[in-house]
Design a protein around this ligand. Structure first.
Ligand SMILES: Cc1cc2nc3c(=O)[nH]c(=O)nc-3n(C[C@H](O)[C@H](O)[C@H](O)COP(=O)(O)OP(=O)(O)OC[C@H]3O[C@@H](n4cnc5c(N)ncnc54)[C@H](O)[C@@H]3O)c2cc1C
Length: 397
């Protein structure tokens, strides 16, 4: 397997860079997945769209993640929004020619308590949404070297979930946007202020009837009071791309016990409290780094491994090597191998808030800010975009 970074033709090679005159129906600030999903939805409805981004191609949270549309692990309103996202992702993938696998999520259980949480989820959602697996079936899906189940006690496949390649999804959508007669992206153009009808940028003004600000965690640079009012923080995560063991071929995302402690579909089960105690007992160090031990396979066969969570208004740039040792060691254990060879490391940042998973604020007539303030922007993106344009996305408090 090659250890070189998978490449995607730079999206900026097909875009207009100077702020061309003219008014668009919709101006979108931010070419991450939230901005681009809105651009896709607007263009699909026949509206003209200008996207403005300070960078030369997508390099934010949207390319640094697992590419996991983690639908089934959501609960309540977020589940409904995530379910709405699914057809949007599939339509966009087909239109833009990007890889999207209807591969679901495999949740592995390595204790009776973990298995109980999965069983409880199946009892509530039904066997079509939560397909329980035996230890041997789970081991086979993971492609564990000797086919041995090791310490696995079972698992569950959540078939509704999708996988995309985070390195190509946003760049591929950006290419699609600029291929549309009514779409353009102004790269290398930082937005400095917004008012009704007008976006002020480092290259002049851009005009639009409707302005959507989709700048993720950097909302505080543009609208510090709004960000502060919603308690927006940065969540920094550590990630790696590693060589996958030969047998690991599933396109399903793989979640483990620490994942079950982070997503509402699991945390709302009766056995979840006992699970936290159990994980604290055998893996306190994983909880200390805020671990969500999970992994996904890229189409080139490498595996994305992560992640830890560190919350702060401004995040430190330094990553303790111990964090990597813990995460990589935990993934190797699940895969039943001694070690994984790391090919690349990086950190990602997303917006987070203790006050709620979404920030939707109307800042002036025709000007709206939309940031996902939890780690599920890939999951919600197309659901949010659909709700924005059918008028059902309500402002958050
Ligand atoms: C490591 C990691 C793993 C994750 N895993 C998952 C996952 O598996 N599933 C999932 O659903 N979610 C996941 N997430 C969360 C998800 O990636 C984010 O919620 C989502 O990408 C946010 O998208 P966005 O478009 O708001 O932000 P971004 O992708 O960060 O894009 C924001 C864009 O705004 C631009 N911008 C900012 N300020 C300005 C300005 N003033 N002028 C012009 N442009 C500006 C930036 O240049 C950037 O391109 C993960 C996140 C990380 C970091």
């Amino acid at each position: 397997m090659s250890s070189s970074t998978p490449t995607t033709a730079p999206a900026e090679s097909r875009t207009h860079t100077p702020a061309a005159p003219g008014r668009s129906d919709v101006v979108i600030v931010g070419a991450g997945i939230i901005g681009l999903a809105h651009a896709f939805e607007a263009l699909s409805k026949g509206l003209s769209v200008t996207v403005v981004d300070r960078d030369r191609r997508p390099v934010g949270a949207s390319v640094r993640n697992f590419g996991h549309c983690c639908i089934s692990a959501q609960d309540g309103e977020l589940l409904a929004l995530a379910q709405r996202s699914r057809p949007g992702w599939l339509r966009a993938a087909e239109a833009a020619g990007i890889w999207a696998a209807e591969a679901g999520t495999l949740v592995v259980a390595r204790s009776a308590t973990e298995a109980a949480v999965l069983e409880e989820l199946r009892a509530e959602r039904g066997g079509d949404a939560v397909e329980l697996r035996t230890a041997a079936q789970t081991a086979a899906l993971l492609g564990r070297a000797d086919g041995a189940a090791g310490d696995l006690v079972g698992g569950a496949l959540l078939p509704a979930d999708l996988r995309v390649n985070p390195r190509e999804a946003a760049p591929g959508l950006a290419r699609w946007v600029v291929e549309q007669p009514q779409g353009r992206i102004l790269w290398g153009t930082a937005v400095t202020g917004v008012e009704s009808g007008t976006v002020h940028t480092t290259r002049g003004q851009v005009h639009g009837d409707r302005i959507l600000i989709c700048v993720g965690h950097d909302l505080d640079y543009l609208f510090p009071d709004i960000a502060e009012d919603h308690g927006v923080q940065r969540c920094r995560l550590t990630m790696a791309r590693a060589e996958a063991p030969a047998g690991f071929r599933t396109d399903s995302a793989v979640l483990t016990a620490t994942s079950m402690l982070r997503y509402d579909a699991f945390t709302s089960r009766p056995s979840a409290a006992g699970l936290r105690e159990e994980v604290l007992g055998h893996s306190a160090e994983l909880l200390e780094i805020g671990a969500n031990v999970m992994f996904t396979r890229l189409p080139d066969g490498a595996v994305l491994v992560g992640d830890s969570h560190h919350y702060d208004a401004t995040t430190p740039p330094f990553i303790d090597e111990r964090t990597y040792e813990l995460l990589i060691g935990a993934v190797a254990e699940v895969l039943g191998v001694e070690r994984l060879r790391i090919l690349e490391r990086w950190q990602g940042v997303y917006a987070s808030s203790p006050r709620g998973p979404l920030l939707v604020r109307d800042l002036a007539p025709g000007v709206r800010a939309i940031s996902v303030t939890s780690g599920i922007g890939m999951t919600l993106s197309f659901g949010l975009a659909a709700a924005t344009f059918d008028g059902t996305l309500a402002p958050t408090a």
